[in-house]
Design a protein around this ligand. Structure first.
Ligand code: S3P
Length: 442
């Protein structure tokens, strides 16, 4: 039984141990990272952009609202076709009110690169309780090196942030972290500035910005050996037809569910398999998961495939190093997989998880611990010994979408009822998660 209780006081997902295997052919909503970028580039391009398969989650809605407030015309959001009437790279208007990025780090960090480079305009950017605690200095500092004027709470670390737009100068920024949000923020600021701006990162982070900027007409040089990207400033963008593939971060819940539940076989259609995002497939392969990629193809500049997963016997492994940026959002659900793997799984080099929508290291250790998992926190990751049966418990999402959904999958195999408080958080990236859960457990 799967039951969603939504009242003003209660927002709970109740999951009963599911003895039947999971079966079916499903699809997942559009990729969150690509959805944000399609809305943003569409807004600052000239002419019309159409977006098919946009994620209708709360995060892209935040992006759409912010850019509408700055003058872009964006049609009603739907999965069929969203039309963005671009206003050109020089066309963003000073908004009449505060810009609210909601729960979305991508909205805030990418948008800051654009705001900082709008001369003579003033902006205030804020977000929800979670986003206002997340570090913004990682983008504020390099933007200040480019000449940006930005003030924020806690010595410019936290939102709300006030921005007085300037003519920025190009830089070569050596980012201390592999972060697509930092990289994309600086590339967008570089696009608005005269000259060439370069970002070098310690390991390759997702490259959706690079792919989409190129498709919209920006001039980019990419050096894969040094993980560097250079953008030539003041190049106009032209509206495009964007097709958003299914989000591999959402597919990951079903990949793990299908692998850990006996008698299961699921096909997840139309999933983006960009090489900078498939760390979860590599990690699950190391653990022995039975996953195959079928019908591989390319859609609007992004590789796509159908993923088939069957029940599997998993074994523990070590996940560390350069693979981490390529699976960073999937660590919570990989922690669930590790509970069902023989031996110990160690996840290291993932300290970034502490500054996501929640501290995902401590929250997963705490909540899976309540269900009987043998899991402990490392400063930069988790150590999990599999083979200890999970039992139903009352757990909490900490309003983090990926925590809510990971705990729901854990609940499918736990003895008794699992109650997930504040489960509505799933709507940030996967508003139809409960429907699909009901579909595959039927
Ligand atoms: C994202 C980049 C990642 C990821 C986030 C989305 C993006 O964050 O965790 O969910 O769309 O650029 P970082 O850039 O902070 O690693």
């Amino acid at each position: 039984m799967i039951k969603l209780i939504k009242t003003p006081q209660q927002d709970q997902l109740l999951i009963e141990n599911n003895t039947n295997g999971l079966q079916g052919k499903i699809s997942v909503p559009g990729d969150k990272s690509i959805s944000h970028r399609a809305l943003m580039l569409g807004a600052i391009a000239s002419g019309q952009t159409t977006i098919k398969g946009l994620l209708l989650g709360e995060d892209p809605r935040s992006t759409a609202k912010c850019f509408q407030a700055m003058g872009a015309t964006i049609s009603e959001l739907n999965t069929e076709r969203v039309i963005v009437e671009g206003i050109g790279t020089k066309g963003l208007q000073e908004p009449k009110n505060i810009l609210d990025a909601g729960n979305s780090g991508t909205t805030m960090r990418l948008m800051l690169g654009l705001l900082a480079s709008q001369p003579h305009q003033f902006f205030i950017v804020t977000g929800d309780d979670s986003l206002r605690t997340r570090p913004m200095s990682r983008v504020v500092k390099p933007l200040q090196e480019m000449g940006a004027v930005i003030y924020g709470r806690e010595d410019n670390k936290n939102a709300p942030l006030a921005v007085v737009g300037q003519n920025l100068k190009p830089i070569h920024y050596h980012s201390p972290i592999a972060s697509a949000q930092v990289k994309s923020c600086i590339l967008l600021a570089g696009l608005m500035s005269e000259g060439k701006t370069t970002v070098t990162e310690p390991a390759l982070s997702r490259d959706h910005s690079e792919r989409m900027l190129r498709a919209f007409g920006a001039k980019l040089e990419i050096d894969p050996h040094s993980h560097s990207v250079t953008i030539e400033g003041k190049t106009p963008l032209q509206g495009q037809k964007v097709v958003v593939p299914g989000d591999i971060s959402s597919a990951a819940f079903w990949l793990v569910a299908g692998a850990i539940m006996p008698d299961s076989e699921l096909v997840i259609e139309n999933v983006g398999v960009n090489p900078t995002r498939v760390g979860v497939l590599e990690a699950l392969e190391m653990m022995g998961a039975n996953i195959t990629l079928e019908n591989q193809r390319e859609t609007a500049g992004e590789p796509v495939a159908d993923l088939r997963v069957k029940s599997s016997t998993l074994k523990g492994c070590t996940i560390e190093g350069d693979i981490i940026p390529r699976l960073i959002d999937e660590v919570p659900i990989l922690a669930v997989a590790a509970c069902f793997a023989k031996g110990t799984t160690v996840i290291k080099d993932a300290e970034e998880l502490r500054v996501k929508e929640s501290d995902r290291i401590s929250v997963m250790a705490l909540e899976l611990g309540k269900m009987g998992a043998k899991i402990s926190e490392l400063p930069d990751g988790l150590e999990i010994t599999g083979g200890y049966a999970l039992r139903g418990a009352t757990v909490d999402s900490f309003t983090d979408h990926r925590i809510a959904m990971s705990l729901a999958i854990a609940g499918l195999t736990a003895k008794g009822t699992t109650t997930i408080n504040r489960a509505e958080a799933a709507s940030i990236s996967y508003p139809t998660f409960v429907d699909t859960l009901q579909q595959v457990t039927r």
